[in-house]
Design a binder for this molecule. Structure first.
Ligand SMILES: Nc1ncnc2c1ncn2[C@@H]1O[C@H](COP(=O)(O)OP(=O)(O)OP(=O)(O)O)[C@@H](O)[C@H]1O
Ligand SMILES: [Mg+2]
Length: 258
């Protein structure tokens, strides 16, 4: 694809740059990113859209043809006019309660869809736990695998990265979810555990309130979510990022104390 000279950088990370280019959002990945991951994100987005979920539709996956990124893999999605729930919250911190309600409402709505063709949450978690060799000892990994194997069967759509920055409040008044790289078909409580973990890392002062409100709205026990924290923390550790390693390990250790 061609990225125009007028494209504006929205986000810059070590492994990618996100641009707005007219009516497209273009994510350009670095050379280390396997092409299969980029196609997988586009396929996931197309699958959830076909399941009936409101998303910004994927437009193109291809290598950039011009400029500094020539040769890098990129994913283009339709730009949704609006602002992220995170920006809305930062602009109006007192409104957090309302934004949290919107986030949880959207999460429950999405979890209400079934998309059996998505990657299976159980398989993904088992793969990620296996990848923590050298970070988590074999005995703990074994226990984590047993816990995942015992998970009840479910095919709910679990976004897997549902945080305020991934929710767009459209100018049309609708909420849109972006960033479908981690979506799976699985158990909603695991998805809630993931959001709770992400809040604990990114917005620690608000994590408890998220958990409380999710449990109330979903009519689910706290324990039904917290029991997945060691598994979710192990999955995060498998990404090999050094940041938050001790925090994540402390969640995995909770398992031994149960
Ligand atoms: N289709 C879209 N329309 C409008 N804005 C978008 C769209 N897709 C993404 N954005 C904006 O760009 C930002 C980055 O996009 P995205 O979340 O997909 O990338 P990311 O690098 O994975 O970010 P993070 O890791 O923080 O979740 C989002 O937080 C959102 O504000
Ligand atoms: Mg994102």
């Amino acid at each position: 694809m061609i990225i125009s000279e007028n494209a504006v950088v929205i986000k810059q990370r070590a492994n990618k740059v996100v641009y707005r280019d007219g009516d497209r959002i273009i994510k350009v990945f670095n050379d280390v990113k396997p092409a299969s991951d980029v196609f997988n994100e586009a396929l996931n987005t197309a699958r959830v859209a076909e399941a009936g979920i409101r998303v910004s539709e994927p437009l193109e996956v291809s290598q950039v043809e011009n400029g500094d990124h020539a040769g890098s893999w990129a994913l283009a999605n339709r730009y949704v006019p609006g602002k992220s729930l995170y920006s809305a919250w930062m602009d109006n911190p007192d409104g957090f309660d309302g934004y949290l309600g919107q986030l949880i409402g959207l999460q429950l709505e999405v979890q209400g869809f079934r998309a059996p063709l998505l990657n299976r949450q159980k398989d993904k978690l088992n793969r990620m736990i296996s990848n923590t060799r050298g970070i988590i000892d074999a005995t703990t990994r074994y226990d984590l695998h047993i816990r995942v194997e015992g998970m009840q069967e479910d095919e709910s759509v679990c976004h897997g990265d549902l945080i305020p920055s991934n929710v767009i409040v459209g100018d049309d008044g609708q909420l849109y979810l972006c960033d479908w790289a981690h979506v799976t078909a699985g158990l909603p409580e695991v998805d809630a555990a993931m959001t709770y973990l992400l809040f604990s890392i990114k917005h620690p002062d608000n994590a408890e309130l998220y958990l409380k409100r999710y449990c109330e709205r979903a009519d689910v026990a706290r324990q039904a979510i917290l029991r997945w924290m060691p598994v979710i923390a192990a999955a995060e550790l498998s990404r090999g990022r050094k940041r938050n390693e001790e925090f994540l390990k402390s969640w995995v250790d909770v398992y031994g104390g149960e």
